[in-house]
Design a protein around this ligand. Sequence first.
Ligand code: GDP
Ligand code: MN
Length: 325
Amino acid sequence: MVRQNACIIVLARNEDLSDLKITIKRFEDRFNRRYKYPYVILNNELFTDLFKDTLMKTVNGTTIEFGLISEDHWSYPAWIDQVKADKEREEMKRKNIIYGGSLSYRHMCRFYSGFFFRHELVRKYEYYWRLEPGVDFFCDIEDPFLKMKLFKYKYGFTITMREFPETIKSLWSTTLEFLQNNRHFVHPNNSLTFIKNSDGDYNLCHFWTNFEIGDLRFFNSGEYLSYFEHLDRAGGFFYERWGDAPIHSIAAALFLDKNEIYHFDEIGYFHNPNLHCPMAYELSTLTGTQVLLLVASETGHVYTFATPKLSSIITEPAGKNLIKQ
Ligand code: GDP
Ligand code: MN
């Protein structure tokens, strides 16, 4: 089996240990004990010996590296007016906006928007899979990194959502501002129709980024880096509560070919309170409507993927999937 140049990224706090241990155990059982992809576990503080020892035992011989996030990747940039930021947080807390009062949550969102892919422990890899303490996986998983490589996917997701509008009041106008001077960054075969209303506004749709499988070169690209820089300068990570999910999603919709974005329908996944169940795959197994897809890689290996027969899945206008035998 050819292993890809990929890692599993987890951002966690020391107090996340017991949740993370359960998640990693499941992740190993369902997937990684067969592939042994290395883990990179990051924190804005030092991990305790207990944290490191426990997880090293849990992964049972798989490489696991623990990294500290540098201060400039987890602090206020110089141009932020901290008094204003404090005031806005108070106001959002008063309005009961989710995580509205939390400064650490904002640092986390900024880190995942602009810095995780620049960490020295991450830089050596081509692909990453983001994992969070507390998430769960229901089915055995075939190597998704191989799929990313063979089909040249740049971004993979499993669940989509709508963002809370109060948290990103000026994200779309700031994005449009960026585009005024950077039209050339927009991919001709983009998926803007996925994220825009008919009136041209952002429809709040985003990939739920607690699960992500991506190509690190996308985030290290000139397009993405200058987009992030523009957003960071505008201050919305602190004056509002911009999440990494709408930012990654808008960037993928703008800068990628729509064929470079892949829905990992085949991965059964849970992050409280939502789950994704790979219905089409389950049903196609039951009804025998699976086909085998043969793909030849650049190295000459031929791989087989079991997929549901597309023509056998009919989507009614109501959105209900029917399987035709
Ligand atoms: P939610 O999924 O939006 O409710 O946010 P989470 O609380 O799950 O946080 C997202 C990810 O960031 C998880 O992997 C957390 O463990 C991690 N995280 C959140 N806040 C912090 C923090 O202050 N420090 C560190 N090191 N990790 C954090
Ligand atoms: Mn979470």
